[in-house]
Design a protein around this ligand. Structure first.
Ligand SMILES: [Zn+2]
Length: 312
């Protein structure tokens, strides 16, 4: 029965445009839709929201789905990624933390929701959200790095290769369940020396954007976990130096680079604000500083925007 109704709904959906009728900036849309089509007697309402109200390239996004329908499972597709949703029984809301890659071109993008009712009947629902361009700085810069980073020896190349395999393996893992809890906190109490998304112009050529947030800290400044999670990596790598990666679930990782000391072990559960190490200048660094990165399913997001996001 579910399959047949699903087909019916697909047809209805193609005729009735389930577009958000409410203009920006709220981007809040209540959709009385799927549940109503799926069951003959009861009407279900759906609210699909994105926070922040203005989505930008490089920014994280919290999707909230609220419905009066009896939903057993819910997942989403967003910008080519699978988005696992978690249910919060207190607010009776499904939510997922996701992101928009730096490379995403401004436009309207669909969040495709699908799942099953408690009865086992499948449903689909689509909601479009506008993505606008963030204004990231372009900086003229002189890059000075030690010679060992510009021309690695065969021995160093072997290490770089081995490190890459470690990163390819570990950083691509997605723990669907959420481990993060509430807002993300700053990794250090210090000034910012370089923001996310800045592009250095070196010899007239734009370099790869800066995919993290740099804190101006000397050696030995405590570095704290940005949220609750499990330590995925805690080891020295050639470019990253002493490197800690925390898995917060739902595909979201935070990365801490160039540490002078690591205080956690791989597999350890850490709390938000817990010290995970001390800042330093190990690996490919021009001097002591803390580089923090936020990675969501292979794409790097702006840590500063993640900290600003009000999360359940
Ligand atoms: Zn950096």
């Amino acid at each position: 029965m579910g399959v047949r109704l699903y087909g019916v709904f697909r047809k209805l959906k193609s005729r009735t445009k389930l577009r958000c009728p409410i203009p920006r900036p709220r981007l809040v849309c209540a959709l009385a839709a799927v549940g109503w089509f799926m069951t003959t007697a009861s009407a279900a309402t759906w609210t699909v929201r994105a926070e922040p109200a203005r989505l930008v390239n490089g920014g994280p996004v919290l999707f909230r789905v609220k419905t009066t329908a009896q939903v057993g499972s819910l997942s989403g597709k967003w910008l080519g990624h699978e988005v696992p949703f978690s249910f919060d029984p207190i607010s009776r809301t499904w939510f997922a933390l996701a992101g928009v890659s730096f490379e995403t071109i401004p436009g309207k993008y669909a969040l495709e929701l699908s799942g099953e009712r408690r009865t086992g009947a499948p449903f689909v629902l689509t909601q479009k959200f506008a993505v606008t361009a963030a204004n990231y700085p372009k900086i003229r810069a002189q890059l000075t790095v030690e010679g060992k980073f510009t021309e690695p020896s065969p021995e160093q190349l072997k290490q770089i290769d081995a490190d890459q395999k470690v990163k390819d393996d570990y950083l691509s893992r997605v723990t669907p369940d959420r481990e993060w809890d509430g807002n993300f906190a700053a990794a250090a109490h210090a000034d910012i020396s370089d923001v996310y998304g800045s592009q250095r112009i070196f010899n007239g050529k734009a370099q790869r954007p800066h995919y993290g947030l740099d804190y101006r800290v000397p050696n030995g400044t405590p570095v704290n976990a940005m949220n609750k999670g499990t330590v995925l990596l805690a080891r020295p790598l050639y470019f990253e130096g002493n490197f800690v990666v925390i898995d917060h679930g739902q595909g979201l990782l935070t990365l801490y680079l160039h540490l002078s000391q690591i205080d956690v072990k791989e597999g350890e559960i850490v709390a938000r604000g817990q010290q995970i190490g001390l800042s330093g200048g190990t690996g490919r660094a021009t001097g002591p500083h803390l580089h923090v990165a936020v990675r969501w399913q292979g794409t790097y997001l702006d840590p500063a925007r993640l900290i600003l996001l009000q999360l359940p």
